[in-house]
Design a protein around this ligand. Structure first.
Ligand code: ADP
Ligand code: MG
Length: 257
């Protein structure tokens, strides 16, 4: 019987989470930045990380991408312990797409080369095929005509959308988005968020740090509130915003909503 059929057969063990952090701790000197983080993200799930500046959102995303050390705990990607020091971090990162606040694109490469670079160098996709797929992706965001343009000729919103399609070009199992709209002029935020919405509709698995609360409420399946490197509260997005339970959550939401 095929795996696909097996997977839906009742009684079979559920597939492992795409990403799982187990008791993850990260400290810089005696400053504990992540303090016993437990988080499991299921396939097709969109999780929003919210919390004040300095609460550990970026560090959490960086540990998930093996860009930051951890002092304790484990990180699993589809059940594989990728925090094991013997694991090849580049191989793990090749399975993850990441977009940050800014400076995502290589300034000396044109848009198409930015989109195809990882496909070609990391995933060994032949040039012609990578470029065909790159143009296809650019077409989905209405930027096919910009294939030969350099990043600095694009608006911030266009640049972030290119960064996002570049991140998904190699069909990663997990997408990490760190405040991807926070460096944008307000009028450019919408087009970037609309693209995230489309990716969700297409079934992407996403963990995103965001300060766009209405967006988190509407798009995330689950919201995780961090304070001082700990998960203070989490829950289904609508419920979380409608009726937060913890005082610290209420105080935070009162400040940002
Ligand atoms: P957030 O993304 O929620 O604003 P960060 O994860 O960026 O929070 O930072 C959490 C805390 O960790 C902050 O106090 C920050 O100063 C500290 N921090 C992050 N990276 C480093 C580092 N490389 N060295 C020392 N402190 C760091
Ligand atoms: Mg941050």
């Amino acid at each position: 019987m095929s795996d696909a059929v097996d997977a839906v057969r009742p009684g079979r063990a559920a597939e492992p989470p795409v990403l799982e952090l187990q008791q993850v701790r990260c400290a810089f000197g005696d400053h504990v930045v992540l303090d016993g983080i437990d988080l499991a993200v299921a396939r097709h799930e969109v999780v929003a990380l919210i919390g004040a500046s300095g609460s550990g959102k970026s560090t959490l995303l960086r540990t998930a991408n093996l860009l930051e050390h951890i002092d304790d705990g484990r990180i699993l990607l589809t059940g594989e312990d990728v925090s094991d020091p013997r694991v090849d971090a580049d191989r793990v990162r090749a399975r993850i797409g990441a977009v940050f606040q800014q400076y995502n694109l290589f300034p000396h490469l044109n848009v198409l080369d930015n989109v195809t670079l990882a496909m070609r160098l990391v995933h060994r996709v032949p040039k012609g095929e990578a470029e065909r797929r790159g143009r296809e992706l650019l077409a989905t965001i209405g930027l096919e005509a910009k294939a030969g343009a350099f990043p600095d000729t694009l608006s911030g919103g266009q640049q972030q959308r290119v960064a996002i399609v570049r991140a998904i070009a190699s069909e990663p199992e997990l997408l990490l988005l760190d405040e991807i709209t926070s460096a944008l002029d307000p009028e450019l935020v919408g087009e970037v968020l609309a693209l995230v919405r489309t990716l969700k509709a297409q079934g992407a698995t996403i963990v995103m740090a965001t300060h766009e609360m209405p967006f988190a409420r509407d798009v995330a399946d689950r919201v995780v509130f961090l304070d001082g490197g700990r998960i203070v509260e989490e829950g289904p997005a609508r419920e979380f915003f409608r009726s937060p339970r913890e005082e610290r959550t209420k105080a935070f939401l009162a400040r940002v909503l």
